[in-house]
Design a protein around this ligand. Sequence first.
Ligand SMILES: C[S@@+](CC[C@H](N)C(=O)[O-])C[C@H]1O[C@@H](n2cnc3c(N)ncnc32)[C@H](O)[C@@H]1O
Length: 424
Amino acid sequence: MHNIQIAAAQIVQQVLVDGRNLNQVLDESLRRKSVWTPAQRAALQDLSYGTLRFYGQLRAVLSLLLHKPMLDQRIYYVLLVALYQLQYSKAAQHAVVDHAVRSAQMLNTKISGLVNAILRNFLRRRDALLEQAALHAEGKYSYPQWWIDELQAQYGDRTAAVLEAGNLHPPMTLRVNQRRGTTTDYLALLKLSDLSARLIAPDALQLDKPVPVDKLPGFFAGQVSVQDAGAQYAARLLDVRDGLRVLDACAAPGGKTAHILERAAVQMTAVDKDEKRLARVSANLQRLGLSAHLVVGDAAEPQDWWDGEVFDRILADVPCSATGVVRRHPDIKWLRRSTDMAGFAAQQMDILQALWRLLAQDGKLLYATCSVFHQENEQVVAAFLALQPDARRLPIALPDDINGQLLPNDQHDGFFYALLQKVA
Ligand SMILES: C[S@@+](CC[C@H](N)C(=O)[O-])C[C@H]1O[C@@H](n2cnc3c(N)ncnc32)[C@H](O)[C@@H]1O
C-alpha cells in the first residue's frame, strides 16, 4: 500500500503545486506502473481523486495537527493521502498509519516518527479536529472560499446542496442507442448480466453501481454509451429531425454528436479544435455505427473551414470552467481561479458570434456549458442577445432547471442550456 500512497501523493502534489490536470497526471503515472494489478490501479485512482475531493477539509485538519510548516513537501502530501484514507476509506486504520510511516521512511527517514505521531494524534482527536476544521467554510465543504461565496451570491439557500452534490461519487449513467433498441430492452439485458439500473430521463439509465464498460452488455456493439443525464438533454433540446443540417461546433469526444445522430438521421458536421480529441469522436461514432463529416477547426474562425452552406441546428457546447462537473474532476476546484470566468465568457461570446452567421433563418442554436456560474451562462446569453437583434431566446423545459441552469444533484451534473432562434 505504501507505494500506492507515495504515487497518489505525487499525483496530488503535481495537481496542486504544478497546476496539472488530474486525469493526465494519473494516466502518466499508471503508464509507468504496467506491473500493477487492476486493484492497485483502482486504489491509486481512488486515493488521488478522493484526496483532491476533500482537500479543503484534509488541509484544514492537517494544519491543526502540524505545529510548524512541513518542510519536506513530499511528506506533507503523503500525510494528506493518509488522512483521506483514515477518514474516507475502509482500509484498516493501523495499516494506513504503518504504510504512511513506511512511505515516509522511503522518502525521508528523519520524519517518519513525526508521521506516526501526527496520524495517531488524528485518530485520537478525530471528532474535535473535524469540528474545528469545519468552522471555516473551506474546511467544511472542501471548496475554495471564492467559489463558496460566488455560489452563495447566486443560489442562496441552495448553496450547501450544490457544494455537497459536487463532493459525491458520480453516478454511472448510460445512454441507450435507440437505433439499436429501447431502454426497456436494455434494462432486460442488464438484468441478465446481474446489473440493476433505473430510468431517469428518456434515454438515460442510471446504474445502481458503476462497472467497467466491458461489463456492459452490447457496449462494443454500440448498444449503449456512458453519458451523464444532464448532458443527454442537449440532443432533445436541439429538436432534431431527419434530413436537417446540423453543426456540432465543439464536438469532442462526441457524446452529444452521437446522441443527436441516434435520435435522427441528420447531416452532421462535427468540428473540434483539438485533432487528438476529434479522433475520439471518430472512434465513438464507429462503435455506434454512426457517421458524420469531421473537421479539425476553430469554432470562432469558421472562415477557415466552413463551405458556406447554412445549418438548421447548431450545438455550441463551448469550452467553459467545468464547475458543474467537479464530482468527476475534483482537481477543477483547486485549479480554477475566480478571475478565469471572464476569459471563458469572452471565448464563448466569440464562438457564439462567429457561429451565428452559419445559422439558417429560423434555425436554432443551443448554447451549452457544464458551468454553474452565471458570468458564463446567463450573462453570456444576455450580452449576446443585446448585440444580436435577430436572436430570440426560446423557453426550454427541463425537470429541475432554473432558467436553463441545471444544478448538480444525485441524477445529473451541473449544466446550462440556452436555446436561441434566428428570427427575421
Ligand atoms: C465541453 S467539451 C465538448 C464535449 C462534447 N460536446 C461531448 O458532448 O462529448 C468542449 C470541446 O471544445 C473544444 N474546443 C475548445 N475551444 C474550441 C474552439 N475554439 N473551436 C472548436 N472546438 C473547441 C475542446 O477541444 C473540447 O473538445
